[in-house]
Write a protein that binds this ligand. Structure first.
Ligand SMILES: NC(=O)C1=CN([C@@H]2O[C@H](COP(=O)(O)OP(=O)(O)OC[C@H]3O[C@@H](n4cnc5c(N)ncnc54)[C@H](OP(=O)(O)O)[C@@H]3O)[C@@H](O)[C@H]2O)C=CC1
Ligand SMILES: O=C1OC[C@@H](O)[C@H](O)[C@H]1O
Length: 392
């Protein structure tokens, strides 16, 4: 007889776009993705602007009528019925908001990029350790079956020794008069919200480099990379095009992570431009069709394959009753399993790896001369920061 699934009760912090995507995924039936050991409940959501907004959000996503709306993040983290908080605010807010939740003794899943600076990431990890709670950066792509399969192919030597990974995530948002399509106040380009290509999109290019070249390095051989970056800045001061060479000298490997806001990985919206990710080994290559954050297909090309290419489609399962399935449920399942098993961090994205990636991004931004305001780069927690109270 099947045992009762382990249930996790979620509180959603913020009511924007990704909060909607993620919460709808939480509400799907796990059986639709072949999962029976864990399940999710949405028990509360908070908006920093108004309780009504949280109520509308809960109703819009189809949460149960028992789910509680809050008009502040403070109230949400104080709710004893919430097991884990999903932080879905802009990156500028992650440090203060995640710390607010950790200080309250809550488990936390925090959107990417984890923070604005590496020091902030280290402080959050220290706090999670001190409070003995679960904490994870929400890099959903790592939990896709496609990513798991690609890591398995790399680690079992399917394409020999992997020496180089090329990964891109770029959107063509070029507009007239030197602008991009977003207003200057939009979080994608607004320095006050830690805008820019790297922290928002480039982190996925780095994810592919790290999950293949770094994550799979044996623990004793873990090597922090050398970093060389080139950045073009937008007129707001945020980065609009960033290219990073990530070098692991002892492993003789390199990753090239690119991201941009004026040219796209997918030129015509039909993937005609080729793969977003190329994982190149001595015996072949794995190509992943983008977008890098939500890939749906990979190819294995063997050096001695005689021109045969294995093409594998990995569609994202849908809950037909809710007509929904975005692919964020796999990271939620990981959180649930970690909580069930008493784990404080995920093996698939350990704390140390999130920190190394933040260090790489910080170094790249430094080399490119990108600077963010003190309010969002401080690593001093302030429960009354406007980032926590919503007093903008
Ligand atoms: N994993 C993924 O695929 C994706 C991840 N993301 C990540 O999620 C985060 C949020 O992105 P997204 O949902 O697109 O952003 P939105 O602008 O759509 O939503 C952000 C929400 O944060 C809250 N917020 C609090 N303070 C502010 C402020 N000063 N300005 C704007 N919003 C504020 C608001 O909710 P309220 O008023 O209710 O408090 C707002 O709705 C980012 O870190 C981004 O990197 C984004 C898209 C995809
Ligand atoms: O994480 C993300 O993935 C999808 C993108 O559209 C979004 O800007 C980014 O935050």
């Amino acid at each position: 007889m099947a045992s009762t699934p382990y249930t996790v009760r979620w509180g959603i912090m913020a009511t924007g776009w990704i909060a909607e995507m993620f919460t709808k995924d939480l509400l799907t039936n796990p059986a639709c993705r072949g999962v029976s050991d864990v399940r999710h409940e949405v028990v509360a959501a908070a908006s920093s602007s108004a309780k009504d907004r949280a109520a509308s959000f809960l109703s819009m996503v189809g949460a149960p009528s028992t789910a509680k709306p809050y008009g502040s993040y403070h109230e949400l983290v104080a709710d004893p019925d919430v097991d884990i908080i999903y932080v879905a605010t802009p990156h500028s807010h992650h440090f203060q908001n995640a710390m607010l939740a950790l200080e309250a003794g809550k488990n936390v899943l925090c959107e990417k990029s984890l923070t604005v600076t590496a020091s902030q990431a280290r402080k959050l990890v220290d706090k999670a350790r001190e409070k003995n709670v679960f904490f994870m950066e929400a890099v959903w792509t790592r939990y896709f079956p496609l990513s798991i399969k690609v890591r398995e192919l790399v680690s079992t030597g399917a394409i020999g020794q992997v020496y180089r990974v090329l990964a891109d995530l770029s959107f063509n948002k070029d507009a007239a008069e030197g602008r991009v399509e977003w207003d200057d106040s939009h979080r994608m380009v607004n320095p006050d919200l830690a805008g820019g290509a790297l922290l928002d999109l480039g982190i996925y290019s780095l994810t592919w480099i790290f999950q293949t070249l770094y994550h799979l390095q044996p623990e004793k051989e873990k090597e922090a990379p050398k970093v060389v970056a080139a950045i073009n800045k937008y007129h707001t001061g945020a980065d609009e095009m960033t290219s990073i060479i990530v070098q692991f000298p002892k492993h003789k490997s390199q990753g090239i992570a690119t991201t941009a806001l004026r040219v796209g990985t997918d030129v015509d919206g039909h993937n005609s431009g080729g793969p977003a990710i190329r994982i190149q080994g001595s015996g072949g290559e794995i190509q992943v069709m983008g977008p890098a954050y939500r890939p749906l297909q990979y190819k294995v090309i063997k050096k001695d394959g005689g021109g045969n290419v294995e093409v594998v489609d990995c569609p994202i399962p849908k809950d037909t009753e809710r007509d929904w399935g975005h692919g964020m449920f796999w990271e939620a399942d990981e959180c649930a399993r970690c909580l069930r098993d008493g784990k404080r961090e995920s093996d698939t994205l350990p704390w140390s790896e999130s920190i190394v990636i933040m260090e790489v991004m910080e170094e790249a931004l430094k080399q490119g001369g990108v600077q963010y305001p003190e309010l969002i780069t401080t690593d001093v927690f302030d429960a009354q920061s406007p980032l926590n109270t919503g007093k903008r």
